[in-house]
Design a protein around this ligand. Structure first.
Ligand SMILES: Nc1ncnc2c1ncn2[C@@H]1O[C@H](COP(=O)(O)OP(=O)(O)OP(=O)(O)O)[C@@H](O)[C@H]1O
Length: 275
C-alpha cells in the first residue's frame, strides 16, 4: 500500500497540497481527476521524489520516502510522464529496453530482447521495433513509453495522462493492458486522466483533486455525480448508468452561442496593467 499522510506541497507561492492524505491499494487502478493546474502532475512528481514536499509523509510498504535514499526509492517506480517527445537517436526496441536499465550490461541478454519484443507485440506495435523513435507519431511515442514503463516491472506505476495522444483503439489497448497487469502483478497503479468516461470505466478508485485536497474518493459508480462534476469543473452534466452501474457522463452545453465564462472577471484596466 502507498500512503500519503498530511502532505503539504507549494511551488513558489502556489499551494498545491494542503494536509493531503490518502492511501492506494496494491492491485488496484487508482485514477486522479481534477481541473487544469490543480496539481495532479505535481503530486506524481512529489511521490516520485522529484519535488520536495514542505511536510508530510509518503510511505510504501512501511518504508518512508527519504531524500537520502532517493535512488533506492525510485527503483520501485515505473513513471510515464506527460511529456511524450522522444527526441533521441534510438530505435523503438532500444527505448523499450531502457525500461530495464538496471539489468542492462555491456552484452545484451537475449531474454531481455525477447521480453521487450513481446511487450511491443502485446500492445500491437511489434512492427515498429526497428524504427527510429524520433520519426514516430505522438500516439506511437506514447505507446512506446508505456511499453518501456511495463518493462520496468514496477511496484508502483504512475502514468500522467497516458492516453492524451491516443486514438480510441489504442486508448483501450493501453488501459485494458494496464488493468490486467495491475491486477496480475499486484502493482499500485496511479494515473491522471482528463476523460471522465474513461476514468469511470477503468478506475477501481477515483481521487478527485481540487484546491490542494482530495475532495472526493472512492469507486466511480459511487462518487461520480452531476453535482460533483459541477462543483469541480463548473460544467453541467447528465449522468446515466449502464447495467453494471458504470456512470456515463454527457456534458451539457450552456447554450449555442455563449462562452463558458460570459463575463470577464477583471476590468480592462486590470488587464492592461499586466501588459
Ligand atoms: N516548477 C514549478 N515552479 C512553479 N510553479 C510550477 C512549477 N511546476 C508547475 N507549477 C505550477 O503549479 C500548478 C500545478 O501544475 P501541475 O502541472 O501540477 O497541474 P496539473 O493539475 O497537472 O495540470 P494539467 O491538468 O493542466 O496538466 C500550475 O499552476 C503550474 O504552473
Amino acid at each position: 500500500m502507498l500512503q500519503v499522510n498530511k502532505l503539504n506541497v507549494a511551488l513558489d507561492s502556489l499551494v498545491l497540497a494542503k494536509d493531503m492524505s490518502f492511501s492506494l491499494e496494491a492491485g488496484k487502478v487508482n485514477v486522479i481527476i481534477g481541473p487544469n493546474g490543480t496539481g495532479k502532475s505535481t503530486l506524481l512528481k512529489t511521490l516520485f521524489g522529484d519535488i520536495q514536499a514542505k511536510s508530510g509523509d509518503i510511505l510504501f510498504a512501511g518504508d518512508a520516502l527519504q531524500r537520502k535514499q532517493l535512488s533506492h526509492w525510485r527503483k520501485q517506480f515505473g513513471y510515464m510522464p506527460q511529456d511524450i517527445r522522444l527526441d533521441v537517436e534510438l530505435s523503438v526496441l532500444e527505448v523499450v529496453l531502457l525500461g530495464q536499465l538496471n539489468s542492462l550490461g555491456l552484452r545484451l541478454d537475449d531474454s531481455l530482447i525477447k521480453e521487450a519484443l513481446s511487450a511491443l507485440d502485446k500492445i500491437g506495435l511489434l512492427h515498429l521495433a526497428n524504427r527510429d523513435v524520433n520519426k514516430l507519431s505522438g500516439g506511437q511515442c506514447q505507446m512506446i513509453l508505456f511499453a518501456q514503463a511495463l518493462m520496468r516491472k514496477p511496484k508502483i506505476l504512475m502514468l500522467d495522462e497516458p492516453v492524451s495522444a491516443l486514438d480510441l483503439h489504442f486508448q483501450h489497448v493501453l488501459l485494458d493492458h494496464l488493468d490486467t497487469q495491475t491486477k496480475q502483478q499486484g502493482w499500485v497503479t496511479l494515473m491522471v486522466l482528463h476523460d471522465l468516461n474513461l476514468a469511470a470505466q477503468y478506475a477501481d478508485n477515483l481521487l478527485v483533486l481540487k484546491d490542494g485536497d482530495v475532495v472526493a474518493s472512492g469507486h466511480p459508480n459511487n462518487i461520480l455525480t452531476s453535482s460533483l462534476v459541477k462543483e469541480v469543473y463548473k460544467v453541467d452534466a447528465q449522468i446515466t448508468k449502464d447495467s453494471s452501474g458504470i456512470p456515463f457522463i454527457r456534458t451539457v452545453r450552456k447554450n449555442n452561442s455563449a462562452p463558458l465564462s460570459p463575463t470577464p472577471k477583471h476590468s480592462s484596466k486590470e488587464v492592461e496593467s499586466l501588459v
